[in-house]
Design a protein around this ligand. Sequence first.
Ligand SMILES: Nc1nc2c(c(=O)[nH]1)N[C@H]1C(S)=C(S)[C@@H](COP(=O)(O)OP(=O)(O)OC[C@H]3O[C@@H](n4cnc5c(=O)[nH]c(N)nc54)[C@H](O)[C@@H]3O)O[C@H]1N2
Ligand SMILES: Nc1nc2c(c(=O)[nH]1)N[C@H]1C(S)=C(S)[C@@H](COP(=O)(O)OP(=O)(O)OC[C@H]3O[C@@H](n4cnc5c(=O)[nH]c(N)nc54)[C@H](O)[C@@H]3O)O[C@H]1N2
Ligand code: SF4
Ligand SMILES: [Mo]
Length: 706
Amino acid sequence: MTETHCPYCSLQCGMTLNRSGRTLEVQARALPRNVHSPSEEGALCRKGWTAAGLRGHRERITTPMVRDRASGAWRAVEWDDALDLVAGRLAALREAHGPDVNAVFGGGGLTNEKAYQLGKFARIALRTSQIDYNGRWCMSSAASAGNQAFGIDRGLPFPLADIEQTDVVVLVGSNLAETMPPAARHLDRLRERGGRVVVIDPRRTATAERADLFLQPVPGTDLPIALGVLHLLDAAGAVDEEYVAARTSGFEQVRQSVTGWWPERVERVTGVTATELRELADLLAGAERVMVLTARGAEQHSQGTATVLAWINVALALGMPGKPFAGYGCLTGQGNGQGGREHGQKADQLPGYRMIDDPAARAHVAAVWGVEPEVIPGKGRSAYELLDALGTPEGPRSLLVFGSNIVVSAPNARHVTERLESLDLLVVCDLVMSETAAIADVVLPITQWAEESGTMTNLEGRVILRQRAVTPPEGVRSDLDVIAGLAERLGAPGVWSTEPEEVFGELRRATAGSRADYGGITYDRIRAEDGVFWPCPDLAHPGTPRLFAEAFATPDGRARAVAVDHAGAAEEPSAAYPLHLTTGRVLAQYQSGAQTRRIKDLPDDGPFVEIHPLLAGRIGAVDGDLVHVATPRGEMRAPVRVAETIRPDTVFVPFHWVGANKLTNDALDPSSRMPEFKVCACAVSVAPAAGRAASQQRGTAAGVRG
Ligand SMILES: Nc1nc2c(c(=O)[nH]1)N[C@H]1C(S)=C(S)[C@@H](COP(=O)(O)OP(=O)(O)OC[C@H]3O[C@@H](n4cnc5c(=O)[nH]c(N)nc54)[C@H](O)[C@@H]3O)O[C@H]1N2
Ligand SMILES: Nc1nc2c(c(=O)[nH]1)N[C@H]1C(S)=C(S)[C@@H](COP(=O)(O)OP(=O)(O)OC[C@H]3O[C@@H](n4cnc5c(=O)[nH]c(N)nc54)[C@H](O)[C@@H]3O)O[C@H]1N2
Ligand code: SF4
Ligand SMILES: [Mo]
């Protein structure tokens, strides 16, 4: 029996794994029994229950593979040969073009130990500045806003169960009933207590079903909603002036900036009526405690950072951040979405959120790594900019991918796939032949979840431990082994342990004294305490479940209210592309689907296009018809799902299958470099030939029924 956590999302639900013969049985495990938050009964979603389905799966890769470019044929090779080949080519490229010719792409699903070691590997084994990761496409706008407003980026500055104790929770662009199903019980309990739930989403989702107030805006207009709410709060005298004076800076500019956002103007821009907006403002003005939570719906925009800042301003105006059971938080997404961004996978950061261009930070980390600070390169390119530069005269010519299925999940994916194909060398470490692995030159088979140990930091900033429960399949190695094997072959300085607990020891030293200080966290403590919240500077420190009670992490201790304005989506509807396209998730699939599409106990109905009956009527489609969706960047076909729950001017496509991202826009947020996954312009029509076939079938079915 092994105590561990789910392999998927940032909730990191507790699990117990039991081996019986060849099968691995999953049980929900109560978690956490932490003195700072109410104890929670165990719960898992469908993905968690079926997580053992990849164990012994016939599609697991169990030997390194090399692909012949000319014929496309794969051949199995020995590990030593594969690592020699990769290290040799990386060294030769570096010799010929300099260290920035090699690039690394990481993931927010990697353990803290892997993320840490990967950042170190890029900087002192490859000596490249070119490393970034898929978290840039996840919560980076909230991170950038959190840093600006609070001086720190911890997704939730309080335990998740605090939701139950607030009075009003506003969910801006989160569908947590489908993306973190066990968390929905917090909404239910809040409502049982008499609290209220507000949901803002262009679709009436399973989460919206739990809402007391549901606002259904045009995609990309959460920012003006926040401006309008603040306008009304100020007009009603509902701003907590004492708090604003004592705990914030910059609020007067913010107040000025919302004077023009009267409700009728907000209605014209967002589609949310003036009445609904007033209802929201009244609800907030009358509440003792308010919690504003954003997720990808609000953040994955070219104005994502500004949107989050606008909602933080609402929370500040109400005097909430730092108050018990209130404030602002971001619901991070990936299993290690929080820890994955703290330890140096980001192009501009070193472990512990130390900035790569800060001399003191470089000196601290260099000492831990056993190198001179000058060895550490400077800032690299952000995720999309890195991919966009691949194979260009100025850009990298090799890419090592650890924990991302770029071909499916990157925006403007057709273009990105072309860039990947233009590389001299593409190496993918994965469990399965993902769509990205399939176009690589070398694929290295990696251990998974129950086959290895390591820490993860969940959406609350709680550091937890995944423990090895089973022996990995023969031929498969950990990412830590790959990193160490390549570092050694590249003659890298420093220590390259393959033992997670040893790597964690080094990570503790590297983060000591930083914002995300793990100095006092050990594997034993995590086991004994069911997780430890950072910052935790020393062994005697209890950890920090709640931030900001006394001060914010800014130099003057005040939260910064930053005035922002509405710029709109990078691409507005036009005559040729008259509708809004948005993208997102369904309960049964995870991310690019590389793992969940292969699990036989999870329903995989394939991609679909969700539209409103009015739109369906206009284009002459009925449920199940094959439709064609086009944007200026690409097109896809999939069966249509007609649903009254979506705005009539909006089309929704889940991104778990190839296709959705051929459509999406690669416009980037100026500060977070987040691509605009959540809105662009599109056109939808019934796909000519197949549409006819579908309606003929329907005719037959109707005939039979008649
Ligand atoms: N089942 C499942 N769960 C997951 C994942 C998964 O792939 N599958 N992935 C995990 C990860 S990495 C993440 S980041 C989280 C994401 O968790 P969420 O952010 O909850 O997921 P999404 O479906 O991407 O987006 C949420 C909602 O945003 C809405 N939306 C679209 N455009 C807009 C807009 O302009 N404004 C507003 N307000 N809403 C908008 C969509 O309709 C959708 O219902 O989920 C995690 N959990
Ligand atoms: N259109 C659209 N696109 C989106 C989004 C959206 O809402 N809309 N959301 C974005 C968001 S929030 C995210 S987080 C990204 C996620 O998208 P991806 O980065 O593609 O994430 P995954 O599908 O989780 O990919 C993880 C890959 O790594 C493998 N893997 C799992 N564990 C390990 C490990 O320990 N080591 C190694 N080496 N490999 C491992 C898996 O098999 C899988 O192939 O997608 C983004 N793309
Ligand atoms: S909610 Fe997330 S962590 Fe929990 S079982 Fe489902 S996928 Fe796993
Ligand atoms: Mo994500």
